[in-house]
Structures are given as structure tokens and as C-alpha cells.
Design a protein around this ligand. Structure first.
Ligand SMILES: [Zn+2]
Length: 476
């Protein structure tokens, strides 16, 4: 397996938006490929029933389309390349290249100018339209910006239920969309779990300070809502406590066209970040880059907690038909809750929900993060009489860690000591730091199994895991 020498941190798309672009009347800002549009100061941009309406002068001067106004028939003709749109004042029906198209709001006359619905016009012209309801900001992205980068990023875009979203002429096919399976915030890092490689666009915004992560061609996995709040409009948030930089993380299906998930980190002030996207199923936005938090140089060891199996891989099935993956995750969450209070070390979970994660990605995450310790959590299966706990390691450098962890595993479980063992296991072999795999008992054994699913046992062994880690690191 290819070893990544260290985190390839990329500082991308860090820029500050200019503060122009406010329309007095609507409080709405419009950005075209990251540049604020010069909107008329007299408040002609209007927000009418959730539809951003713009004067035809803005369409011409700022968006660069040809505009004709025919006074007698009160018809606006907007042209660009091979697209011609005809709109008539007070009519909710338009034509695009001669074909009828419905509008959710009619063009209107206001103060001697004609206002047209921005989303309709933009989308018909092939632009991607995004809408951030919190800041009343429209993001327009031209197709030639796709895949490029540069300021404004390439695919932002907006929630079709917020603005005028009723017209969606070219829905993106749902195949090949990446599924976002989890969002978590640990050790001052945002971790987004996705089921395939993605090319996120990350940028900073101010007033208020926030970091925006757009994941193009993505959607929320069906399992996402079982572990995260998500409303009927595909919006949700997490309050963040215990970290001074971040107050909240918001996420939404920001656009259906193209299907884009937007995650926003609300900050307590301007913060730098680094993006780690090693195409391994995790997108990580690391805030540990400011001087007060030197990345991985903050002196704090990083421990990876790896709940075995998950998603389509249930692991072993117990004598009472319970799944190993659920046990493993329960322990991981309990360990996480304990580690939250340990200020001397950082930790990261390979999964915090019931999702499938490849073995390769678990090891790669640990290696890419330059983690100091790796602990994989499992329960065993074998004969009906086998009972007890085992600690596995593969590489010799992991043996001292394995011995320490095993001591606490035996004590905290109260189960028979089946010893420290060596075995050629992927996650303990491919990781580049001391790594162990703990087997907390036998799901094939009726009495082990009954014990393993009790809160008391789980709390005890979770504490044992934390105590073992602390002991090995010299924090005990
Ligand atoms: Zn297992």
C-alpha cells in the first residue's frame, strides 16, 4: 500500500469576498463565479416570495447577456449564444428557444425597470444557481468554471426549495452521485465521510466568519438521517461544544442542479484551515493550523479509534442474532465520550455511524493523519465454548502497546485471558504506528454474548481502552 509521507495539506480557495454587492431593497447579494455583482444602489433587486428578481439592466451589464425590451408587448428578450428567452411582464409563461416554459413568478415592472426572476434566467442560460438563505446570497456559476477552481470555486449552488426552484430543466442524473454518510467534528477537525472520491470546494466567508465546504455531485446517504438531524428540506445542523473556534456546523442539500451538499462551519472568528482529501473516503478540514494549534505539532498524540465492520458488513452474528458491527460502534462511541475529556490527546474515529468503510481506508486515514496509535474494536466468533478476550498486533513495534492494552482489556472485561497474539490483519499490518485489534469476547458464546451487549460491560471496557491508551502514552 502506498504510504503517504505526511499530510498533503492544500490551502485552497482562501480568499475574501469583497463587501459590495448588497442590494439595498432586498439585502440580497449576488456573486458570479465568486465576484460580487455590482447591483444598483437604489434597491431594485427584490426578493419577492422567495424569488430573487433582478432588473434587466443587471442581466445585461453584469451577467453579460443581450437584452431587448419591446415596450408595446412588454416583452423582454434575453439572448446568449444559442439560447433565447422571451419573458412577458405579468405572465407566468415564458418561451425558451420557442418552447413554452413555466415560471413560478412573473416578470414585473417596478420603478420604470423590468424585473425578471434570476434563477429562471440563469438556469436557462446554463448557469448553476445557489442560494444561501442564512446570508441571502445568490451564487451563480458559469459552466466554464466547472472543474477549474479559482475563486468562487466551481460548483456551488443552491437549494431549490429556498429560491425560485420550480424550474429545473436539466436535472442531473442520480447515478454516480457520492453519498455523504457522516459528518463529525473531533479534535478541531471536521470529518466528512463519503462513499467515493469527491473534489470538494472549500472557501472562507466573513461577516460572520465561516468556512464553506461544497461537495459537488453528492447527496446525503439514506442512512445519514438516522444519525444526524435532517429536516424535510434536507437541512440540518450540529451544535459544537468544547472547541473554541467553532459554534455550529450546518449542512444541506444545497443544490439539486448539480446535486451539491454544502457544509458550513460557523466560526467564532476568522480561522485558517487545511484541507485533507486523500481520495480515501474522508474529507477533513483541519483547523489546527493557526499558531495556537500547530497541526500535529501541538504535542498531542492522535489516537485512531476504529469500530470494526459497519454498513453492509455486519461482522460476526451472535448466538442471539445480534450484529458485531453494532457492538463495535457502541464501544467506539463510549470511548469517544471518554476521550472528549482527555485534553492531553486528540482522537479520530474511522466511523461514528453505521457505514461501511474499507479496511484500506481505515489504515490510510490513520497514516495520512500521521496518527500515533491505532485501536481497532471487534468481537470474536468461534466455537460455542470459546470465551475471553484477545489482543492482536502484526508488526513488532506494536507489541508493547498490545501488552499494555491487553492488561486493561483483561481487567476491565473480567473475561478469560486469551493472551496477546500476532496475526496478519490488514489494519494492524498496513498502519504505520503502533496498532492493535481488540477482541472483546465471543459472540458465539452464550454467556460472553449476553455480557457484551450490557451497558455495564461496555462502559467498563471503554474505560479500559482509554486507560490503556493513557498508560501507554504516559498520561497515567
Ligand atoms: Zn470483527
Amino acid at each position: 500500500m502506498k504510504k503517504i509521507s505526511f499530510l498533503v495539506f492544500m490551502l485552497v480557495f482562501i480568499f475574501a469576498f469583497p463587501t459590495i454587492g448588497q442590494a439595498a431593497g432586498s439585502g440580497t447579494s449576488i456573486y458570479l463565479n465568486g465576484e460580487a455583482l455590482n447591483l444598483p444602489k437604489n434597491g431594485q433587486v427584490q426578493n419577492v416570495k422567495g424569488n430573487v428578481m433582478i432588473p434587466i439592466r443587471v442581466v445585461m451589464e453584469e451577467l453579460g447577456f443581450d437584452v431587448d425590451w419591446e415596450k408595446g408587448t412588454r416583452t423582454v428578450t434575453i439572448k446568449q449564444a444559442d439560447t433565447t428567452i422571451k419573458l412577458i411582464v405579468n405572465q407566468k409563461s415564458a418561451t425558451v428557444n420557442g418552447k413554452k416554459a413555466a415560471l413560478s413568478i412573473a416578470p414585473m415592472l417596478k420603478q420604470d425597470t423590468t424585473l425578471v426572476p434570476l434563477r429562471f434566467v440563469s438556469e436557462q442560460m446554463g448557469l448553476t444557481v445557489g442560494w444561501d438563505n442564512a446570508t441571502k446570497t445568490v451564487y451563480l456559476i458559469t459552466p466554464d468554471q466547472g472543474g477549474g477552481g479559482g475563486e468562487g470555486s466551481n460548483t456551488s449552488s443552491g437549494s431549490s426549495n429556498s429560491e425560485d426552484g420550480s424550474i429545473n430543466p436539466n436535472p442531473v442524473p442520480s447515478q454516480n452521485l457520492a453519498s455523504v454518510t457522516g459528518i463529525s467534528f473531533d479534535a478541531n477537525r471536521l470529518i466528512v465521510a463519503v462513499d467515493q472520491n469527491v473534489k470538494p470546494n472549500v472557501f472562507k466567508l466573513s461577516e460572520p466568519d465561516r468556512i464553506v465546504i461544497d461537495i459537488p455531485d453528492s447527496r446525503f446517504d439514506d442512512s445519514f438521517s438516522s444519525n444526524h438531524s435532517l429536516d424535510a428540506f434536507q437541512n440540518g445542523f450540529m451544535d459544537i461544544n468544547g472547541y473554541p473556534d467553532v459554534t455550529k456546523i450546518r449542512y444541506s442539500q444545497f443544490s439539486d442542479h448539480p446535486s451539491t451538499i454544502r457544509i458550513v462551519m460557523d466560526l467564532t472568528g476568522a480561522r485558517n484551515y487545511s484541507l485533507l482529501n486523500a481520495d480515501d473516503g474522508y474529507v477533513i478540514i483541519d483547523l489546527n493550523v493557526d499558531q495556537s494549534y500547530p497541526s500535529r505539532g501541538n504535542g498531542k498524540p492522535l489516537v485512531v479509534i476504529d469500530a470494526g465492520h459497519g454498513g453492509s458488513d455486519p461482522g460476526a452474528i451472535s448466538v442471539r442474532k445480534r450484529r458485531e458491527k453494532d457492538f463495535n460502534l457502541a464501544i467506539a462511541k463510549k470511548v469517544e465520550n471518554l476521550l472528549k475529556h482527555e485534553t492531553q490527546l486528540d482522537y479520530i474515529l474511522t466511523r461514528s455511524t453505521d457505514v461501511f468503510v474499507k479496511l484500506q481506508d481505515r489504515a490510510k486515514l490513520a497514516n495520512d493523519m500521521n496518527a500515533d496509535l491505532f485501536v481497532s474494536l471487534h468481537a470474536n466468533s468461534g466455537s460455542a465454548t470459546a470465551s475471553g478476550v484477545e489482543t492482536y498486533y502484526t508488526r513488532g513495534e506494536s507489541l508493547p502497546f498490545a501488552k499494555t492494552m491487553h492488561k486493561y482489556l483483561v481487567e476491565s472485561s473480567g473475561l478469560p485471558d486469551r493472551k496477546v497474539r500476532t496475526k496478519n490483519l490488514h489494519v494492524t499490518r498496513e498502519t504505520t504506528m503502533p496498532a492493535v485489534l481488540l477482541e472483546f469476547g465471543y459472540l458465539s458464546n452464550s454467556s460472553d454474548e449476553a455480557l457484551l451487549y450490557t451497558e455495564k460491560f461496555q462502559n467498563s471496557v471503554a474505560q479500559g481502552v482509554v486507560d490503556g491508551i493513557k498508560d501507554y502514552l504516559g498520561f497515567k
